[in-house]
Design a protein around this ligand. Structure first.
Ligand SMILES: [Zn+2]
Length: 291
Protein backbone atom coordinates (compact mmCIF):
# COMPACT_ATOMS: atom_id res chain seq x y z
CA UNK A 1 0.00 0.00 0.00
CA UNK A 2 2.81 2.40 0.95
CA UNK A 3 4.42 1.83 -2.43
CA UNK A 4 1.15 2.59 -4.20
CA UNK A 5 0.74 5.84 -2.29
CA UNK A 6 4.34 6.77 -3.05
CA UNK A 7 3.87 6.01 -6.75
CA UNK A 8 0.66 8.02 -6.83
CA UNK A 9 2.37 11.01 -5.16
CA UNK A 10 5.25 10.78 -7.63
CA UNK A 11 2.87 10.67 -10.59
CA UNK A 12 0.96 13.65 -9.26
CA UNK A 13 4.05 15.76 -8.73
CA UNK A 14 5.41 14.81 -12.16
CA UNK A 15 2.14 16.00 -13.65
CA UNK A 16 2.29 19.28 -11.80
CA UNK A 17 5.78 19.88 -13.19
CA UNK A 18 4.50 19.58 -16.74
CA UNK A 19 3.09 23.08 -16.85
CA UNK A 20 0.90 24.13 -19.73
CA UNK A 21 2.46 26.55 -22.19
CA UNK A 22 1.40 29.23 -24.65
CA UNK A 23 4.00 30.12 -27.27
CA UNK A 24 3.07 33.59 -28.51
CA UNK A 25 5.73 33.75 -31.20
CA UNK A 26 5.76 31.08 -33.90
CA UNK A 27 6.00 31.41 -37.67
CA UNK A 28 3.98 29.44 -40.22
CA UNK A 29 5.28 28.58 -43.68
CA UNK A 30 4.31 27.38 -47.14
CA UNK A 31 6.98 25.99 -49.47
CA UNK A 32 7.24 29.23 -51.46
CA UNK A 33 8.35 31.21 -48.39
CA UNK A 34 10.18 28.41 -46.55
CA UNK A 35 13.96 28.87 -46.32
CA UNK A 36 14.90 25.90 -44.13
CA UNK A 37 16.94 22.78 -44.63
CA UNK A 38 20.14 24.13 -43.08
CA UNK A 39 20.89 23.70 -39.35
CA UNK A 40 21.10 26.84 -37.22
CA UNK A 41 24.70 27.50 -36.10
CA UNK A 42 23.56 28.03 -32.48
CA UNK A 43 23.93 24.46 -31.25
CA UNK A 44 23.47 22.95 -34.70
CA UNK A 45 19.66 23.06 -34.46
CA UNK A 46 18.17 20.93 -37.26
CA UNK A 47 15.86 22.43 -39.88
CA UNK A 48 13.30 20.21 -41.67
CA UNK A 49 13.68 19.97 -45.47
CA UNK A 50 10.32 21.51 -46.43
CA UNK A 51 7.30 23.38 -45.07
CA UNK A 52 5.23 20.22 -44.53
CA UNK A 53 7.94 18.48 -42.49
CA UNK A 54 8.45 21.70 -40.56
CA UNK A 55 4.76 21.86 -39.62
CA UNK A 56 4.79 18.19 -38.62
CA UNK A 57 7.84 18.67 -36.40
CA UNK A 58 6.32 21.80 -34.80
CA UNK A 59 3.09 19.94 -33.93
CA UNK A 60 5.03 17.00 -32.52
CA UNK A 61 7.04 19.29 -30.29
CA UNK A 62 3.88 21.10 -29.18
CA UNK A 63 2.41 17.76 -28.13
CA UNK A 64 5.45 16.65 -26.17
CA UNK A 65 6.06 20.07 -24.58
CA UNK A 66 2.41 20.59 -23.56
CA UNK A 67 1.89 23.70 -25.63
CA UNK A 68 -1.84 24.50 -25.51
CA UNK A 69 -1.84 27.45 -27.91
CA UNK A 70 0.58 29.17 -30.23
CA UNK A 71 0.30 32.46 -32.08
CA UNK A 72 1.51 31.99 -35.65
CA UNK A 73 2.29 34.55 -38.30
CA UNK A 74 3.43 34.84 -41.89
CA UNK A 75 1.19 34.76 -44.95
CA UNK A 76 -2.59 34.32 -44.61
CA UNK A 77 -2.26 31.14 -46.73
CA UNK A 78 0.38 29.62 -44.42
CA UNK A 79 -1.80 30.39 -41.40
CA UNK A 80 -4.81 28.71 -43.08
CA UNK A 81 -2.86 25.51 -43.72
CA UNK A 82 -1.56 25.42 -40.16
CA UNK A 83 -4.98 26.08 -38.64
CA UNK A 84 -6.45 23.26 -40.69
CA UNK A 85 -3.76 20.93 -39.36
CA UNK A 86 -4.21 21.82 -35.68
CA UNK A 87 -6.71 23.90 -33.75
CA UNK A 88 -4.16 25.18 -31.23
CA UNK A 89 -2.89 27.83 -33.66
CA UNK A 90 -3.98 31.47 -33.28
CA UNK A 91 -3.56 33.43 -36.52
CA UNK A 92 -1.49 36.61 -36.57
CA UNK A 93 -1.30 38.86 -39.59
CA UNK A 94 2.38 39.51 -40.32
CA UNK A 95 3.24 42.77 -42.03
CA UNK A 96 6.15 44.99 -42.86
CA UNK A 97 5.02 47.89 -45.03
CA UNK A 98 3.03 45.99 -47.68
CA UNK A 99 -0.39 45.31 -46.24
CA UNK A 100 -3.73 44.01 -47.44
CA UNK A 101 -6.41 46.67 -48.02
CA UNK A 102 -8.01 47.90 -44.83
CA UNK A 103 -11.49 46.54 -45.74
CA UNK A 104 -10.03 43.06 -46.21
CA UNK A 105 -8.19 43.35 -42.89
CA UNK A 106 -11.47 44.30 -41.17
CA UNK A 107 -13.29 41.41 -42.87
CA UNK A 108 -10.64 38.82 -41.93
CA UNK A 109 -10.86 39.91 -38.31
CA UNK A 110 -14.64 39.51 -38.40
CA UNK A 111 -14.22 36.01 -39.89
CA UNK A 112 -11.74 35.00 -37.19
CA UNK A 113 -8.89 34.62 -39.71
CA UNK A 114 -6.89 37.35 -38.01
CA UNK A 115 -6.80 37.35 -34.22
CA UNK A 116 -3.54 39.22 -33.73
CA UNK A 117 -1.93 42.04 -35.75
CA UNK A 118 1.72 41.03 -36.09
CA UNK A 119 4.50 40.23 -36.20
CA UNK A 120 4.96 43.73 -37.54
CA UNK A 121 8.49 44.03 -38.91
CA UNK A 122 8.55 47.80 -39.52
CA UNK A 123 12.24 47.91 -38.52
CA UNK A 124 13.11 45.86 -41.63
CA UNK A 125 11.85 48.79 -43.72
CA UNK A 126 13.58 51.40 -41.58
CA UNK A 127 10.37 52.71 -39.98
CA UNK A 128 8.42 52.21 -36.73
CA UNK A 129 4.84 51.47 -35.76
CA UNK A 130 4.37 55.23 -35.35
CA UNK A 131 4.52 55.62 -39.14
CA UNK A 132 1.11 56.85 -40.45
CA UNK A 133 0.71 53.81 -42.77
CA UNK A 134 -0.20 51.71 -39.72
CA UNK A 135 -2.79 54.10 -38.31
CA UNK A 136 -5.92 52.72 -40.10
CA UNK A 137 -4.91 49.16 -39.06
CA UNK A 138 -4.35 50.19 -35.46
CA UNK A 139 -7.75 51.92 -35.45
CA UNK A 140 -9.39 48.65 -36.57
CA UNK A 141 -7.47 46.66 -33.92
CA UNK A 142 -8.55 49.16 -31.32
CA UNK A 143 -12.19 48.83 -32.44
CA UNK A 144 -12.22 45.03 -32.15
CA UNK A 145 -9.79 44.57 -29.26
CA UNK A 146 -7.20 42.83 -31.46
CA UNK A 147 -3.76 42.69 -29.77
CA UNK A 148 -0.74 44.05 -31.62
CA UNK A 149 2.62 42.26 -31.74
CA UNK A 150 5.51 44.42 -32.80
CA UNK A 151 9.12 43.45 -33.50
CA UNK A 152 11.47 45.43 -31.26
CA UNK A 153 15.24 45.28 -31.16
CA UNK A 154 17.50 45.32 -34.20
CA UNK A 155 16.39 43.50 -37.37
CA UNK A 156 17.96 40.12 -38.16
CA UNK A 157 21.49 41.01 -39.35
CA UNK A 158 21.13 38.33 -42.04
CA UNK A 159 18.33 40.24 -43.77
CA UNK A 160 19.41 41.62 -47.15
CA UNK A 161 16.97 44.53 -47.01
CA UNK A 162 19.01 47.74 -47.27
CA UNK A 163 16.19 49.74 -45.66
CA UNK A 164 16.60 47.99 -42.30
CA UNK A 165 17.78 50.10 -39.36
CA UNK A 166 19.04 49.02 -35.93
CA UNK A 167 17.84 52.02 -33.94
CA UNK A 168 14.31 51.97 -35.36
CA UNK A 169 13.95 48.88 -33.17
CA UNK A 170 13.99 50.92 -29.97
CA UNK A 171 10.53 50.55 -28.36
CA UNK A 172 10.85 54.11 -26.97
CA UNK A 173 10.07 55.31 -30.51
CA UNK A 174 6.48 54.02 -30.31
CA UNK A 175 5.54 55.66 -27.02
CA UNK A 176 3.09 57.99 -28.84
CA UNK A 177 1.18 54.97 -30.20
CA UNK A 178 1.08 53.32 -26.78
CA UNK A 179 -0.18 56.53 -25.19
CA UNK A 180 -2.68 57.32 -27.97
CA UNK A 181 -4.33 53.89 -27.73
CA UNK A 182 -4.46 53.13 -24.00
CA UNK A 183 -6.83 50.18 -24.53
CA UNK A 184 -4.79 48.60 -27.32
CA UNK A 185 -2.69 45.73 -25.97
CA UNK A 186 0.80 45.99 -27.47
CA UNK A 187 3.44 43.29 -27.19
CA UNK A 188 7.07 44.37 -27.60
CA UNK A 189 8.41 41.25 -29.27
CA UNK A 190 11.94 40.14 -28.39
CA UNK A 191 11.54 42.32 -25.26
CA UNK A 192 13.34 45.19 -26.99
CA UNK A 193 16.48 42.99 -27.30
CA UNK A 194 19.42 45.43 -27.04
CA UNK A 195 16.90 48.10 -25.97
CA UNK A 196 15.40 45.95 -23.19
CA UNK A 197 15.71 48.70 -20.58
CA UNK A 198 13.28 50.88 -22.55
CA UNK A 199 10.92 47.90 -22.87
CA UNK A 200 10.86 47.49 -19.07
CA UNK A 201 10.23 51.21 -18.58
CA UNK A 202 7.29 51.22 -21.00
CA UNK A 203 5.85 48.08 -19.38
CA UNK A 204 6.13 49.66 -15.94
CA UNK A 205 4.54 52.93 -17.02
CA UNK A 206 1.75 51.85 -19.41
CA UNK A 207 -0.78 49.16 -18.43
CA UNK A 208 -1.33 48.14 -22.09
CA UNK A 209 2.30 47.20 -22.79
CA UNK A 210 3.51 43.59 -22.68
CA UNK A 211 6.63 41.86 -24.00
CA UNK A 212 7.57 38.45 -25.34
CA UNK A 213 10.96 36.78 -25.01
CA UNK A 214 11.03 36.08 -28.74
CA UNK A 215 14.28 34.82 -30.07
CA UNK A 216 16.30 35.80 -26.97
CA UNK A 217 16.20 32.42 -25.21
CA UNK A 218 18.02 30.45 -27.89
CA UNK A 219 19.67 32.36 -30.68
CA UNK A 220 23.01 33.24 -29.00
CA UNK A 221 24.68 33.52 -25.58
CA UNK A 222 24.47 37.30 -25.95
CA UNK A 223 20.67 37.29 -26.41
CA UNK A 224 20.31 34.80 -23.55
CA UNK A 225 22.16 37.28 -21.35
CA UNK A 226 19.76 40.02 -22.49
CA UNK A 227 16.82 37.79 -21.53
CA UNK A 228 18.26 37.27 -18.05
CA UNK A 229 18.95 41.01 -17.55
CA UNK A 230 15.48 41.86 -18.84
CA UNK A 231 13.71 39.33 -16.60
CA UNK A 232 15.66 40.37 -13.50
CA UNK A 233 14.77 43.98 -14.17
CA UNK A 234 11.08 43.07 -14.75
CA UNK A 235 11.13 41.33 -11.39
CA UNK A 236 12.56 44.45 -9.73
CA UNK A 237 9.96 46.71 -11.37
CA UNK A 238 7.13 44.29 -10.58
CA UNK A 239 6.13 43.71 -14.21
CA UNK A 240 6.69 39.97 -14.62
CA UNK A 241 2.92 39.73 -15.04
CA UNK A 242 3.37 41.27 -18.50
CA UNK A 243 6.12 39.00 -19.84
CA UNK A 244 5.16 36.18 -22.21
CA UNK A 245 6.99 33.15 -23.47
CA UNK A 246 7.66 33.07 -27.20
CA UNK A 247 10.23 31.12 -29.14
CA UNK A 248 10.30 32.63 -32.65
CA UNK A 249 11.25 29.21 -33.95
CA UNK A 250 11.42 30.31 -37.61
CA UNK A 251 12.68 27.34 -39.69
CA UNK A 252 14.21 25.59 -36.65
CA UNK A 253 11.28 24.07 -34.67
CA UNK A 254 13.58 22.51 -32.07
CA UNK A 255 14.37 26.04 -30.91
CA UNK A 256 11.03 25.83 -29.06
CA UNK A 257 12.37 23.06 -26.84
CA UNK A 258 15.73 24.76 -26.32
CA UNK A 259 13.94 27.97 -25.30
CA UNK A 260 11.71 26.22 -22.77
CA UNK A 261 14.64 24.32 -21.26
CA UNK A 262 16.72 27.46 -20.98
CA UNK A 263 13.80 29.37 -19.46
CA UNK A 264 13.14 26.63 -16.91
CA UNK A 265 16.81 26.64 -15.89
CA UNK A 266 16.60 30.26 -14.65
CA UNK A 267 16.69 29.86 -10.90
CA UNK A 268 15.97 33.48 -9.94
CA UNK A 269 12.35 32.98 -11.06
CA UNK A 270 9.90 31.16 -8.77
CA UNK A 271 7.67 28.35 -10.07
CA UNK A 272 4.72 30.73 -9.83
CA UNK A 273 6.52 33.38 -11.90
CA UNK A 274 7.47 30.78 -14.49
CA UNK A 275 3.85 29.67 -14.77
CA UNK A 276 2.76 33.26 -15.30
CA UNK A 277 5.27 33.76 -18.09
CA UNK A 278 4.71 30.39 -19.72
CA UNK A 279 0.93 30.59 -19.72
CA UNK A 280 -1.15 32.99 -17.62
CA UNK A 281 0.12 36.33 -18.95
CA UNK A 282 -0.42 35.25 -22.56
CA UNK A 283 -3.89 33.99 -21.78
CA UNK A 284 -4.73 37.48 -20.47
CA UNK A 285 -3.01 39.30 -23.36
CA UNK A 286 -4.79 37.19 -25.98
CA UNK A 287 -8.14 37.39 -24.18
CA UNK A 288 -8.46 33.59 -24.15
CA UNK A 289 -10.67 33.71 -21.06
CA UNK A 290 -13.00 36.27 -22.62
CA UNK A 291 -14.06 33.94 -25.44
ZN1 LIG B 1 9.39 36.50 -35.28
Amino acid sequence: MKIIILLFTLMLSANLCLSQIIDVHLHSYTDDIYYGGVPHPAGNIPSPPNAEAHLERTIKLMDSLHIDYAVISNSIKANEIWMEADDRFIPGYAANTEMIPIDEFDELIKNGKIKVFGEIGAVYEGITLANPIYKPYLDVCNKYGIPVMYHTGPPDPGSKNKAKRVFKGDPALIEDIIATYPDLRVCLQHAGASFWENAVLLMAYYPNVYADLGVLLWVSPLTQEMAVDFLKSCKKYGVLSKVMFGSDQMVWPDAIKISINYFNSLDFLTEKEKRMILYENASKFLGLNDE
